[in-house]
Design a protein around this ligand. Sequence first.
Ligand SMILES: Cc1cc2nc3c(=O)[nH]c(=O)nc-3n(C[C@H](O)[C@H](O)[C@H](O)COP(=O)(O)O)c2cc1C
Length: 317
Amino acid sequence: MDGITDATMRAFQGAQKTFTHAVTEFIRVSNHPLPSRVFTRDVPELATNAITITGLLVQVQILGGDPDLMAISALNAIQVGATAIDINFGCPAPTVNRNDGGASILRCPQRVYEITKAVRDAVPSQIPVSVKVRLGWETIEPIHENAEMVQKAGASWLTIHARTKAQGYLPPVYWHPIGEVNRNASIPIIANGDIWTIDDFHLCQEQTACTHFMIGRPALANPQLPHQITQSLGLTSSGTLPQTDWPALFQKLLYYSEIFQGPVNSKSLNRIKQWLSLAQKFGDFPSCTPIKQIAEPDLFMQNLQEFCHSIEFAHSP
Ligand SMILES: Cc1cc2nc3c(=O)[nH]c(=O)nc-3n(C[C@H](O)[C@H](O)[C@H](O)COP(=O)(O)O)c2cc1C
């Protein structure tokens, strides 16, 4: 996720031992092929076989509308260590769409085919090339033709965000069409969108019959959820999970932030503040606006820690 899943966050998520893959923030291909140095700069994991220092596989995501430029860029990423490429046809940002990228390509299934095929053909066959889409631009029906094009072009798997571009991030999500695609698909289909709770997960599982899922914002809003899902999928042993230890999680994020961004400063705190906003908006973390205004790292962390303990105390029986 752009602005969220940077190397720090990917390392942090890897340490949680829940996800099998992480996808980079989209890297945009505009008028020129992206040189290898862009990938080494944005994806430091490429130096270690595209695996985070915490053991999580990382896929490089590229976004653009020109098949040749996308293909050369993918090849450049592979030359410096990428082991899997993901193509973004889901981004709804107006600046991206105006410049012929992201979800705007969904309006023309033939272009979905051509871009995917060009990347697929350019990179060695053992390198997975996957695609991420929304259901459509304005309506959900185009998902069927676009999913066919993705498969015909030889993609390794397809992730579907259960909304149209027109919806932005507004509810509702439509998981049923993902199920329709999944029933007829010859490649794995990954269901995505608004899986906020374990009940949502079970409903999504029921409606899509998918066995693979992508979780974005909810992994931060509800840090227990990825653990609950891996338990539910039988990937980890079942049992009662301990309560979320928010201060420990924030401290861990800062630990990885120091590795990738140097000594903790107000910028590193912004990541925690962004996380707090997500946890407040979509999870059950209480509002802590005055703390978010603190810029000095030690004072911020101390106040946050005290605040977290006070909520724990208020919640304990
Ligand atoms: C701030 C933000 C940035 C995002 N950036 C990307 C991106 O770079 N690549 C991508 O494939 N999806 C991106 N997404 C979409 C998410 O991957 C995901 O499809 C969407 O948030 C719905 O899933 P969720 O409810 O699990 O978060 C982004 C979403 C948000 C909110």
